[in-house]
Design a protein around this ligand. Sequence first.
Ligand code: APR
Length: 231
Amino acid sequence: MKQIKQKVVVFTGAGISAESGIRTFRDSDGLWEEYNIRDVATPEAWAKNRELVLEFYNKRRKQSLEAKPNPAHKALKDLEKKYDVIIITQNIDDLHERAGSKKVLHLHGEINKCRSTVDETLIYPMKKEGIKLGDKCERGSQLRPHIVWFGEMVPMMDLAYEVASTADIFIVVGTSLVVYPAAGIINYVSANIPKYLIDPNEINVSGIKNLTIIKEKAGIGLPKLVENLLK
Ligand code: APR
């Protein structure tokens, strides 16, 4: 008889891609030190200066194309040998997919896709050169990055809560846990299951039961944790 695999839900943030060379947002060299969120990552920014917004995301896309999955992404792929692994990521890069992970839910969108500004269900693969002003969807509206901006709804949130609530093991990697609603996901996880948090810096988590904090970089801490879980 086939044994049902335990479900491991992994919630990832920018820190898991840091060792691949993709900048995080809130570390000292983070993107939000160089840019103002309001100028590049909000509907207001899009209304005010589309060129600047497109330039920002075209840069992000170039950076993510140049990056390669690191040992942390690869460890999560290895975890599939024994577990049903579902990754809920805040990241817009595709490094989890490129490492081979099968189930990845992108809460904040995907940098390799663009979409219509009049119909959010019209989603397209991004062209090699990124989006330019004047690039249009089939209904004639300007294309925008397939990104959830600050102030916009997170369409996958309910699904993510549901997935988190059915986890047998929950792992958090490389997120400052300050951006809501995504950060609230940890509150949907059952109190009784084992939880792990991997981050080299201090993260503000209190009142979470059965939580083991691993104060290491993802590329070191995650492969070690996965090795233990595979034993
Ligand atoms: N390994 C693991 N964690 C790391 C590493 C590393 N090598 N380097 C940095 N970190 C940690 C930092 O300590 C921090 O806790 O990664 C976290 C990055 O936090 P943020 O920059 O705030 O990124 P994230 O939590 O993913 O941001 C959430 O905010 O700007 C928005 O939409 C954007 O999805 C993003 C959301």
